[in-house]
Design a protein around this ligand. Structure first.
Ligand code: GTP
Ligand code: MG
Length: 345
């Protein structure tokens, strides 16, 4: 293998927001657009995450993204639940992310979990943009499927435009109340200092080209160095969920953000009490929808590299915790790795 061991990994994008504001629909829309482009196979479904490669992003974004301007491989989206009881998952997803999309329903505006998500982003200092979703529900809206925001905005009546503007400025005002200086994304010069607001519809796809363009631009411009990893190195990740899985017992769903994990690795996982030292029994990926048969929803893989979402089956995972660190031992002293995991708990 002559590959350069150091390469750029996929930035991890958390999708956060209040319940029903359209997080999952937005990801469905992106997946659906790839299907329409005849590229369904190019998008891979991970455990808890969706990987969208750069060429798909550029085909959805049209003229807005020239793949030659980028050397990051794409984006890995993590969906999170908006329901109030899932604070831990939101918080993990948010802390794990390199960048985030905060989804806000333009009609419903700021709600409790919107504020909670903002707080998570503030504490973890994660750069983010706001997707002002459901613009198609503005009364009188004239939908232009999958169109960039500027084009569809131009085709609305004055009345519709001013209604949308009003909702958008309310969101900008709410952000400012939370001490984030924000503006419509096309007016933002420095995305590290100001939060860009992107009007979108997960239903009609309007504004989705803009959203993907801004996310790609943001990662390329501000995250490139952080994305340089030793892909062959021992894997490092975070547990998103601990789940009982038929035929596998207790499993952990993790997001791997550095290095590689192999099907015969020894790993250390943060537990309720002490760190758990265990051996991977299987690395599991969801099967493509078309292939799901009754036997198993999963497919065993030999190894995975960051960034990806993967399910790990291993003995002794009963005490594993959502949010805990996971580290591959490989050829390092076990005690050192246990110390690293303990330090992160
Ligand atoms: P939780 O995961 O429960 O937090 O919700 P969510 O944020 O993932 O919302 P979801 O995508 O499930 O959407 C909630 C409802 O809003 C669904 O009925 C969607 O069809 C609808 N919806 C989402 N986006 C849009 C949009 O842009 N326009 C319209 N008209 N409806 C939308
Ligand atoms: Mg959802």
């Amino acid at each position: 293998d002559t590959r350069d061991p150091t390469s750029l990994r996929t930035p991890i994008v958390a999708v956060l927001g209040h319940v029903d504001h359209g997080k999952t629909s937005l990801l469905d829309k992106i997946r659906g657009s790839a299907v329409i482009e005849g590229e369904a196979g190019a998008i891979t479904q991970h455990i808890g995450a969706t990987a969208v490669p750069l060429d798909i992003i550029s085909s959805i974004a049209g003229d807005l993204v020239d793949p030659d301007d980028f050397d990051l491989p794409g984006l890995l989206f993590i969906d999170t639940p908006g329901h109030h009881s899932f604070t831990t998952l939101r918080s993990r997803g948010g802390a794990l992310a390199d960048i985030a999309i905060l989804v806000v329903d333009v009609n419903d505006g700021f709600q409790p979990q919107t504020l909670e998500a903002l707080d998570i982003l503030k504490r973890s200092q994660t750069p983010f943009i706001v997707a002002a979703n459901k613009i198609d529900t503005v009364p009188g809206w004239n939908a232009n499927e999958d169109s960039p925001i500027n084009d569809t905005y131009e085709s609305q009546s004055d009345r519709v435009r001013s209604r949308l503007d009003e909702s958008l400025y309310e969101i900008i005002g709410n952000l400012s109340d939370e001490e984030f200086s924000a503006d419509l994304y096309w007016r933002v010069q420095n995305f590290q200092r100001n939060v860009g607001v992107v009007p979108v519809s997960a239903m009609t796809g309007e504004g989705v080209p803009d959203l993907l363009t801004v996310m790609m631009g943001l990662s390329q411009r501000y995250m490139k160095e952080e994305m340089e990893i030793d892909v062959a190195g021992p894997g490092v990740g975070t547990v998103l969920e601990v789940k009982e899985e038929k035929g596998f017992g207790k499993t952990i769903d993790i997001v791997l953000y550095d290095g590689t994990i192999k099907a015969d690795d020894t790993i250390v996982v943060g537990g309720q009490n002490d760190p758990i030292v265990t051996e991977v029994r299987a690395l599991l990926q969801p099967r493509p929808l078309a292939e799901i048969r009754t036997e198993s929803r999963f497919e065993k893989v030999d190894e995975v590299s960051a960034a990806s979402g993967i399910k790990i089956a291993a003995p002794e995972l009963g005490d594993a915790m959502a949010g805990a660190p996971v580290r591959v031992v490989r050829d390092r002293p076990l005690e050192d790795v246990i110390q690293e995991v303990r330090a992160e708990l």
